[in-house]
Structures are given as C-alpha cells and as structure tokens.
Design a protein around this ligand. Structure first.
Ligand SMILES: [Cu+2]
Length: 481
C-alpha cells in the first residue's frame, strides 16, 4: 500500500508537514512528517519523508546549509520508483544501434563509413563515422551482458575500433599493431567480450586522423537496477570540433584550429532541445570528442551536481554542485539535477569561439563601413583600396561578428530549425541566441509538456514561453499534475 502513494499525495503530505511546522515549531513538524507514509519503501536505508519535509522539487534547492542533504539534493526521490531498470538513454539527433540475440550474446553490426552530416540546414559536411552517422549510433547495453561487434570497414583506408574505458581482453582493445592488425578496407573483424562495468563509455577509431574526422559514438552500460535515487531522464551529448575552410565541405584533420562545432553532429540552433517535465530528476551525460578543445559546459537556471564519470555514479557524499563543468578531451561526465525551474534554458559551451560557427561572407574591416563584401567580389580587378586608417567612427565598435547576431536566414532553413516538435512554442527569435556548441533544455509543466510533445494542436511561437513566464510555477504544476 505504501508503494502506491502517488506523486500528488506525496506533495500533499509534504505540504501538510510544512504547515504543521509553521504552526507547531520544529518538533511538531518532525513528528507530523515521521507519521506520514514513505514515498517508496523498498529499502530500509532510504530517506524518510522528514528528510525532505521542507523540500519541494518544484523550488530551488538552495538555501540550506551546504552540507545538508537538502542542499545536495541527494535525498530527493525520483518520480521514477526505486528498484526498477534504468530509463532508456536518449541522445538527441542520434539513433541507437540495433542488436540481435545470438546464443546468449548481444550481437551488433557496426559499419565504418564516410558520412554526409548536415551540421546546419543545407550544410552537408563530408565526415566519417559509423553506419552513416556522425557521431556513430548509440550502443546501449547492461552490466553483465556479453556483446559481440561485427565490424565492417567500408572506409577507403584501414581502421580499428577501440572501446574506450572498457576492461576487456587485450586482443579486443582495438589498437593497431599493439593488439590487433588493421582492418583493411572491405574487411570484417569481430570483437566479443563481457561487460562487467557500468557507466558512460564510448567507442572510436584508434587512428588519430580518423578521430579528427569524427569517428566516435556513445557506449552506455546501465546497471541492471537503476541507481537510487533514479533519474526520470537520461540524456547524452557528444561535443566535437572540426576545421572546415570556407570553400570546402571536408574537414582538414591536420588543422590546429577549429571553426565548426557540433553537439551530436549538429550545430546550434539545429541541435534538438532536451525536453523534460517540471520536477523530473534529469541526468545529462557529456562527452568531449573534440580533437584538442576542452569545453566548459554551462547550464542556466539550475544548479546541477556532478554525479558520475566514465566509471559510473559517484557516491553521493562526493557529489559536487556546479553551474559549469569543464569537460576535457576524451572525458565523459554525468551530472544530475531536479528540473525545478520551468522555461527554455540555454545549455552551452562557454568558450566564446565555440558559441558560434565561422561566418565567411562578411569578414574583415569592410563590414565595419557597412559595405557588403559582395560588391568587392563582383569587381575584383578594380576594387576600391582598403582604408588603412583605424581612426574612423566605425572602428569604435567591434563590427564583425557582433553584426551577425540578427542575420536573416531563408524560409527553408528557418523551417528546418523551428519546424521541429521539440521547439514548439519557443520565442519567435530563439535561434538568435543558440549557436555553435549550444542547445536548449526545456523544462515544461506537465500540461504544457503534453501540448508540445504529444498534441497536434497549433502552438504559436512564444506561446509556451509566455505561459510559463505568467505562471506561478509550483501552484500551476500541482493543480495540473
Ligand atoms: Cu567549447
């Protein structure tokens, strides 16, 4: 019976405890809360309601002493019950690698392939990946699985696949020369081993120049039973950089600087927002597969806790509250938070050059004088000389690239960006603030979540955003939930 307590009942219980506290002081509150049924009672060491009688997952978690459980958020139960398998992992804009069971082994088929990936609408880049995708499709498995990967090399050159972070028999580690022979073009190689770890792993080519071409993908290994408290959402984002000069669509893998930035193979604002419900416990797994660049990843509107590494969940006593986390090359980090704050929140790398892709059309001092570069390109033999003086008024402000902020895009491009379900009801010009290594976390009250993600009714630009801005969040959610 205790296990059947609904979320609404739990909230009412918490509210009653708070009200009792206000009337009768601290002691009365403790007694009232202790008498209430536990939200889930599968485990004797789980928190009791008194642990979070003053905590609402619909309010900011700050305010308590730094060492308190409230502040750490570690006692907040997920909407998802404890003791169940983990929620499926979700990496926006990437597919999952399918598998079939062959004599007790999960068999996956992985093809190493050239890829045309649409970084931005109409911008198809010649990169490499797996099964026609950059990054490769996500491998999702469970601790204890035995897995087999049948790898076909469809590239014009030899390759190997390395299973990053896995403790496996050495002959399957994927290092050319050291542990195996290269897989020649057109050939197949089979890797097979047991998964005894759990965590955020990835797979990638072990040829440096192929890595610079983007050959990597998520390899998520779940524990059989979700960590407690469980998360309601499990998202993943791979950050990558490429140097693609203005007049080509093929990266220069020898370059030492990077002008195109992708999350799961797309650049902002073409990255697909992460959408969750108000009050859910959310995990986001970050993985940096850039050739050389580390990324300070920043989430607005929430404090998150670093809760995991490649090696799985960190003990809660060691969780670290942050707003920005520096994710280094070849590192995976998991963080978790309660999505207590409804709205459209930018979620991005904080390196200024990663917050935009390069603009090729209007570079240089001429734009500062409000003359389009196309005039010069059209009259190359007799183009006017460049003004050498910096003492004129236009040089007192930066000009490029600040002028690109409000750049017009064609209707076709705009439709690809704003026509997706996940973006419905965002403000009309939302895409102006989402560039390069950026995406959006949308925290939607339950009724608005259903309208955006499940209904077919028309939603005007800005409608959802304005509805949230007008609401008193916790009241609206309780009555709607
Ligand atoms: Cu960055």
């Amino acid at each position: 019976m205790k296990k059947k307590l609904s979320r609404r009942q739990f909230l009412a219980t918490s509210a009653a405890a708070v009200a009792a506290g206000a009337l009768g002081g601290k002691e009365a509150r403790g007694q009232e809360a202790a008498a209430a049924p536990a939200p889930h009672a599968s485990n004797a060491s789980e928190p009791t309601p008194s642990s979070f009688s003053r905590y609402s997952r619909y309010h900011p978690s700050f305010g308590g002493p730094p060492e308190s459980d409230h502040f750490l958020g570690k006692l907040v139960p997920g909407l998802r019950k404890s003791g169940l398998p983990p929620v499926p992992f979700e990496a926006p804009d990437l597919e999952k690698l399918s598998w079939r069971m062959v004599n007790g082994v999960k068999e996956f088929e992985l093809r190493c392939t050239p890829v045309k990936r649409e970084f931005l609408p109409g911008r198809f880049m010649n990169v490499w990946g797996y099964n026609g995708s950059l990054p490769g499709p996500t491998i999702e498995a469970y601790q204890g699985d035995r897995v087999r990967f049948v790898v076909h090399n469809e590239l014009p050159e030899p390759t190997t696949v390395h299973w990053h972070g896995l403790e496996l028999p050495v002959q399957f580690d994927g290092v050319p020369g050291l542990t195996q022979n290269l897989i020649p073009p057109g050939e197949t190689y089979v890797y097979e081993y047991d998964l005894h770890q759990a965590g955020t792993f990835f797979y990638h080519s072990h040829i440096a120049m192929q890595e610079a071409f983007g050959m990597a993908g998520f390899f998520i290994i779940h524990p059989r039973i979700a960590y407690d408290p469980p998360v309601d959402r499990d998202f993943g984002l791979i950050f990558q950089n490429f140097f693609i000069s203005p007049n080509t669509a093929t990266p220069d893998s020898m370059a030492m600087n990077w002008n195109w930035h992708t999350i799961n193979g797309r650049s902002g604002p073409y990255t697909t927002p992460l959408v969750c419900k108000h009050g859910e416990r959310v995990r986001i797994r970050l993985m940096d597969f850039s050739p050389m660049q580390h990324h300070p990843i920043h989430l607005h509107g929430h404090t998150f806790w670093l809760t995991g590494t490649e090696a799985g969940r960190i003990p809660p006593s060691a969780w670290i509250p942050r707003n920005t986390t520096l994710t280094a090359v070849a590192v995976a980090q998991d963080f978790e938070f309660i999505a207590f704050n409804p709205g459209d929140w930018i979620f991005h790398c904080h390196m200024t050059h990663h917050m935009m892709n390069h603009m090729t059309k209007q570079v240089g001092p001429r734009i500062r004088q409000d003359v389009d570069v196309s005039r010069y390109l059209a009259a190359l033999p007799n183009r006017p000389p460049v003004e050498g003086s910096f003492e004129t008024a236009p040089f007192e402000v930066p000009g490029y690239p600040q002028k690109m902020q409000g750049m017009e895009m064609s209707a076709k491009v705009m439709h690809k960006i704003t026509g997706r379900r996940e973006t419905r009801g965002m403000r009309k010009q939302w895409h102006e603030g989402v560039k390069g290594l950026m995406t959006v976390l949308r925290v939607l009250p339950e009724d608005l979540y259903d309208r955006v993600m499940h209904s077919e009714e028309a939603i005007q630009p800005g409608e959802i955003f304005e509805a949230i801005a007008r609401r008193k969040h916790h009241k609206a959610t309780r009555s709607a939930g």
